[in-house]
Write a protein that binds this ligand. Structure first.
Ligand code: SF4
Length: 354
């Protein structure tokens, strides 16, 4: 299946580009107290190591805005300031050197304030992400559409876009998030039929890791397969580093992962009555150890030597279990046998050397 990406405008975010045919970038958002610059930098560095390409921080007050300059200097990927309602915080964030703002111009207190923010964003080549969220739509739109519908979300985005376009500002990224997967898909799809601004994809309030991975995999996966989306965040109630791994998995599953952080994909069989080793523990341990490895490899962890090497022949390296043993194979061809308790270390050695 070929994915035909929709043509969107290119937008520069610090040292990265999104839109056009640039790779789909992975974002995450810190959950440290932004005022604690050291903790926030540490978390962003962990996100970077996992493969995050854009980091967003909440800027709820002046003290958080004061920390932005130090945070910016301590990291290597673009920094996005997430601001609600305050044009003063937006101006401070721009002054601190952030690479993008997430702020809705219709909510910052009138034209004069928007003008100030737009002028500063223009002067510093800072894009603005308009973030429409089904949970916080304008009351008049909720009345007009009888609730949060895709049309209401598109119209909300249009209102914010118009404010910026009237000031000749088109350095815009848009998101259309909802916690409902189908509503999210409809909203992004409807928006992308009308506009070519690049889209930041996300399912919001998607829950803990398993729930979010499923909702995001289905919703964002559907959009990406239809060519929609230029950057994504998988929202997880939990460690933001997991958001990055989940986003990598989603992109990799449909051949769209182009990150520089590498991706060791582990495929493993579901086990069955033929399995004679503790494959579940072995597969979990291999998955744990390859997390964050900067290599591009496919590794197969299979339960039996009868079917494993054949079924895993697409993998660069693999192991298949026998009775208390494991056979290592490359592209389906067996080349070594080890004891069960040596399987993990032996496979990891091959992975490191590959
Ligand atoms: Fe069963 Fe072997 Fe297939 Fe695993 S690879 S599911 S053990 S037949």
């Amino acid at each position: 299946m070929n994915i035909n990406r929709r043509e969107t405008r290119c937008v520069q975010i610090g040292n990265k580009m999104i839109g056009g045919d640039h790779p789909i970038l992975i974002q995450s958002m810190t959950n440290t107290d932004t005022r604690d610059a050291r903790a926030t930098i540490e978390q962003i560095l962990a996100l970077e190591a996992a493969g995050c390409e854009i980091a967003r921080v909440a800027v709820p007050d002046e003290a958080a805005a004061d920390a932005l300059s130090d945070i910016r200097k301590g990291i290597h990927i673009p920094l996005v300031a997430d601001i609600h309602f305050s044009h003063k915080l937006a101006l401070k964030a721009i002054e601190a050197g952030v690479d993008k703002l997430r702020i809705n111009p219709g909510n910052i207190g009138g034209e004069a304030k928007v003008r100030e923010v737009v002028a500063a964003a223009k002067a510093n080549n800072i894009p603005i992400r308009i973030g429409v969220n089904a949970g916080s739509l304008e009351k008049d739109l909720l009345t007009k559409y009888n609730g949060p519908t895709a049309q209401a979300m598109v119209e909300s985005a249009e209102g914010h876009i118009r404010i910026l376009e009237d000031l000749n500002f088109e350095n815009i990224v848009v998101s259309m998030k909802a916690s409902d997967v189908l509503l999210t898909v409809d909203a992004y799809t409807a928006f992308s039929e009308k506009y070519d601004y690049p889209l930041h994809l996300g399912i919001t309030e998607a829950g803990v890791l398993r729930s979010s991975a499923i909702k995001s995999g289905i919703g964002l996966g559907h959009l990406l397969l239809n060519g929609i989306g230029d950057t994504l965040r998988v929202s997880i109630t939990g460690d933001p580093v997991d958001e990055v791994y989940a986003a990598k998995d989603i992109l990799n599953a449909i051949g769209l992962y182009h990150g520089t952080a590498g991706m060791v994909e582990v495929v493993s069989c579901p086990t069955c009555g033929r399995t004679e080793i503790d494959l579940i523990c072995i597969a979990e341990e291999i998955n744990r150890r390859v997390r964050g490895l900067n290599k591009n490899l496919k590794v197969a962890v299979m339960g039996c030597v009868v079917n494993g090497p054949g079924e895993g022949k697409e993998a660069d390296i693999g192991v298949a279990g026998g009775k208390g043993k494991g056979v290592l194979f490359k592209k389906g061809v067996i080349y070594k046998t080890v004891n069960e308790d040596e399987i993990v270390d032996a496979l990891m050695e091959e992975i490191y050397n590959a």
